[in-house]
Design a protein around this ligand. Structure first.
Ligand code: ZN
Length: 203
């Protein structure tokens, strides 16, 4: 066992947290992609989270989740842009807290998603409820916030917030809004993300 594996094995063995998976699964994932696993673990256990409960164990779960995602479907959680391996090391892939930790969010695996730099900066610390307001009632929202932002940024935020509708509006609300069946949701979401990227990423 190399030194990093020994280290995370100790963390795993000493944690009282409920186990998301067994040690052989963690080890097998690490062996498949050690560089990304280790990189995400280090970022997930950064000094800014040090005061939070059981930060090393949470960093382990976050590294496990993100590495697993890299092997299966390496994309930005929000816009769906495809990541290259190098993107995990060059600042393109951010670890975004879905529910912002500057507000009520926790530094837990279920709340940390891989996001491209562009989406992470655009989302900033917006909450679900604010994204819903932008999507449903942009005039009111922009009357109170983003006062000095350009029209282009506001339009981008409106398009971005539409990508969240399934999560914040519920599956039934989403189906009703777009008049689609439950089997069409996945492909509809993918299409929305494709359109978003085509419009806002000129590459
Ligand atoms: Zn993105």
């Amino acid at each position: 066992m190399n030194s990093f594996l020994s280290r995370i094995n100790k963390i795993y063995a000493s944690s009282k947290a409920r186990m998301m998976c067994r040690w052989p699964e963690i080890k097998s994932l690490y062996v498949q992609e050690p560089d990304i696993f280790e990189n995400i673990f280090k970022r997930g256990s950064s000094i800014r989270y040090k005061l939070r409960h059981d930060v090393r164990m949470n960093a382990l779960w976050i590294a496990y989740n993100i590495t697993d995602g890299y092997l299966k479907n390496p994309r930005c959680y929000y816009c769906g842009i495809l990541f290259e391996k190098s993107d995990y090391f060059n600042g393109t892939v951010h670890l975004d807290h879905f529910d912002p930790i500057s507000k009520t969010g926790k530094h837990l695996a279920g709340n940390v998603v891989p996001a491209c730099r562009d989406c992470n900066l655009l989302k900033s610390n917006l909450l679900d409820i604010e994204l819903l307001q932008i999507s449903k009632n942009p005039e009111t929202f922009f009357t109170n916030k983003y006062l000095s932002s350009s029209d282009s940024k506001k339009e981008k935020l409106m398009d971005f917030s539409a990508l969240f509708f399934q999560r914040i509006g519920g599956i039934d609300g989403y189906r009703e809004k777009y008049n689609i069946s439950i089997n069409e949701i996945r492909s509809h979401q993918d299409k929305m993300k494709d359109n978003y990227r085509a419009k806002w990423y000129r590459n």
